[in-house]
Design a protein around this ligand. Structure first.
Ligand code: GLU
Length: 310
């Protein structure tokens, strides 16, 4: 193990990780519940680490686009927090759910108020907020994401349509919240926006760039009119740490020790505040819906560099 210093050779660490991950070949499965994602080549692997100063280290398929899926929930929440501020927490909680990402059980007995904004029900409420508050939700959300990454990020309409065609559970969650008075707009309209936001495509480099500024808590983060205050940025990190990995959030905090967010496209982004942001992409998922190799890669990273938030 080496100690974390500003002189850390992250490039060498990423190379070591790629070699050690070879024994994880074949673990996990690409998600089959979204037909378009089931077609992705499972052997791709990319990683990118960018320091807060902007020095970048990359390995493997770090410049290949993939579906960011649930990672988009952090970006939609950034805009919703800017608009509704503390009123937002009347409609969605900030507690880990301890349940799978698309679970409906808790939602019923907790009266349609999702546990947190990163499970599907919570993200659908956030999508409802953006549909209500933005004049042109699809265009404005995309412009925000392009603004924070400085890249030409786009939706993948085919992935969005594919998910919509089989989105029975998300439809059920949305109607349950509608019935309990926690969804204002038309269910179809909200879900169309939700599927589109999940279909955003980025590379590991773009993902690390998009989240780098969450780690610079002393600087304002955002784009255009949506800028997080320092306290809001700290709270986003708290939410990523406690709720970013569904019912594996405790495991990620325990093994990796960084705030982060995963998506069923196989990517994970995580950050060590004031030091670096790291993204990893490997499509096969474990049983909890998180990238098998990605989880291991980040565990190796914080073990080898000796740095976590604790
Ligand atoms: N669009 C996916 C869904 O609603 C997101 C899930 C994820 O990435 O974890 O099921």
């Amino acid at each position: 193990m080496c100690m974390l210093t500003d002189m850390m050779d992250y490039g060498a660490v990423l190379c070591e990780i790629a070699v050690e991950l070879k024994e994880f070949e074949g673990k996990g499965k690409v998600p089959s519940y979204i037909p378009e994602l089931a077609k992705v080549d499972p052997n791709q692997f990319g990683m990118c680490l960018t320091t807060v100063e902007g020095t970048r280290y990359e390995i493997g398929d770090s410049q290949v686009k993939f579906s960011i899926q649930s990672i988009s929930k952090v970006l939609s929440l950034t805009i919703a927090i800017n608009i509704l501020r503390s009123d937002l927490w009347k409609r969605v909680g900030v507690e880990p759910s301890g349940n799978p990402f698309n679970s409906i059980v808790q939602l019923e007995y907790e009266n349609g108020i999702p546990r947190n904004p990163f499970i599907n029900a919570g993200a659908i409420v956030i999508a409802d907020v953006l549909v209500s508050q933005l004049k042109r939700p699809k265009e404005e959300f995309l412009a925000f994401v392009q603004g924070i990454t400085g890249s030409d990020i786009q939706y993948n309409e085919q992935v969005a349509q594919s998910e919509k065609s089989v989105g029975y559970m998300n439809t059920s969650l949305a109607y349950m919240m509608k019935e309990k008075g926690n969804l204002v707009n038309d269910v179809e309209e909200v879900l169309d926006f939700y599927y589109l936001q999940c279909s955003l495509e980025m590379t590991c480099v773009e993902l690390a760039e998009a989240f780098r500024n969450f780690g610079e808590t002393g600087k304002p983060f955002g784009h255009g009119e949506y800028i997080l205050t320092m306290s809001q940025a700290l709270r986003m990190n708290a939410l990523m740490l406690t709720c970013g990995f569904y019912d594996e959030s405790g495991e990620f905090a325990f093994e990796v020790g960084l705030p982060g967010k995963s998506g069923v496209g196989g990517a994970i982004v995580a950050l060590l505040p004031e030091r670096y942001c790291v993204s990893v992409w490997s499509p096969p998922l474990n049983k909890k819906g998180n990238s098998s190799k990605g989880m291991k890669a980040l565990e190796l990273l914080t073990t080898k560099t000796g740095g976590s938030i604790f």
